[in-house]
Design a protein around this ligand. Structure first.
Ligand code: NDP
Length: 297
């Protein structure tokens, strides 16, 4: 049995952890709201709800974190019940948070002082990919650390890609999500303009999805979530706002001229401020609809 700890049973963390709640794994889970960890452990399997991050990490060979931000993971390291106090020498910490490169580098340095390996290992594929165990994991860190973490990552991944040094997984994830945000916003602007001319969104999408303007947003997100007005909550707008901000920051630090990333970051910050913490990422479209006085349906 491989002893694994999983910290952060959120919208994507919980379905990821479920793939580790069976042999050959022995799983300890910890969540800030303890009821979620107890309910998870009550589902059965070789799982225990840990009393603290320290307790979860104790004796674990692989520790996985999946929290909103790198700053949340850094905070979790500290204190007598914190993660650092529990991490075993020789263990690996795989942070599946969509984090920021500088934060990951700081975490890597702090755990290295305790003889612990680190990879940033953000995921893509959404909640549906997590449920199916078919996520893509983009990994930053040294190859030895990745090999140590691989057995647990494979439990929920269809694809594991080594990107480079610590922080590169985060950077790639942020760029991917910035592209998602650009596609959502640009699709909304185009469909709103067509709606003003009396072209229904379903007609516009029928053409676009058979043509070169198509994207995952036009093919899946708009038909299933916007035109239907279903707007299911699977990935919080607050988290996409954070990701686009990270991508814009990565470009800025690399002195890459990136006006589109900067503008998209501003738009998603405005949407996040207007729609609140619980809104789904696709609901950003609602802000554009308000500005345009038109509904995309
Ligand atoms: P959620 O907001 O659904 O869950 C966040 C989790 O982190 C909860 O378990 C929450 O605990 C915990 N948490 C929040 N703040 C803290 C804190 N300060 N200290 C300790 N625990 C904390 O987020 P997701 O599960 O959706 O996302 C997690 C990460 O995965 C994010 O970085 C996100 O960008 C990324 N991601 C999400 C995807 C998705 O489709 N949802 C897709 C790909 C990546 P509590 O239960 O107490 O609130």
């Amino acid at each position: 049995m491989t002893r694994v700890a999983f910290i952060g049973l959120g919208a994507i963390g919980a379905p990821m952890a479920r793939h580790l709640a069976k042999p050959p794994f022995e799983l300890a889970v910890w969540n800030r709201t303890p009821a979620k960890a107890s309910a998870f452990a009550a589902e059965g399997g070789p799982v225990r709800a840990a009393a603290s991050p320290r307790d979860a990490a104790a004796k674990a060979e692989i520790v996985i974190t999946c929290l909103p931000t790198s700053a949340d993971v850094e905070t979790l390291l500290d204190g007598s019940d914190g993660l650092l106090a529990g991490l075993e020498r020789g263990a690996v910490l795989a942070d599946c948070t969509s984090g920021d490169p500088a934060g990951s580098r700081r975490i890597a340095a702090r755990v290295a002082e305790r003889g612990v390996l680190f990879v940033d290992a953000p995921v893509s594929g959404g909640v549906s990919g997590a449920l199916k165990g078919q996520l893509t994991v983009m990994v930053g860190g040294d190859a030895r650390a990745l090999e140590r973490a691989r057995p647990a990552l494979e439990a929920f991944a269809a694809k594991i890609v080594h990107c480079g040094a610590v922080g590169t997984g985060d950077a790639l994830k942020a760029v991917n999500n910035a592209l998602l945000a650009i596609h959502i916003w640009s699709c909304a602007e185009g469909l709103a303009a067509l709606a003003k001319l009396g072209v229904p969104a379903s007609v516009a999408l029928d053409v676009i999805n058979a043509s070169s303007g198509r994207s995952n947003s036009s093919q899946n997100l708009f038909p299933e979530r916007v035109v239907s007005r279903a707007f299911p909550r699977t990935f919080r707008l607050a988290l996409l706002d954070k990701d686009v901000g990270i991508a814009a920051g990565v470009a800025r630090e690399g002195r890459i001229p990136a006006p589109l990333l900067a503008l998209t970051s501003e738009l998603f910050r405005a949407a996040h401020n207007a729609l609140g913490e619980e809104a789904d990422h696709v609901e950003a479209v609602r802000l554009l609809e308000e500005w345009a006085h038109v509904e995309i349906r």
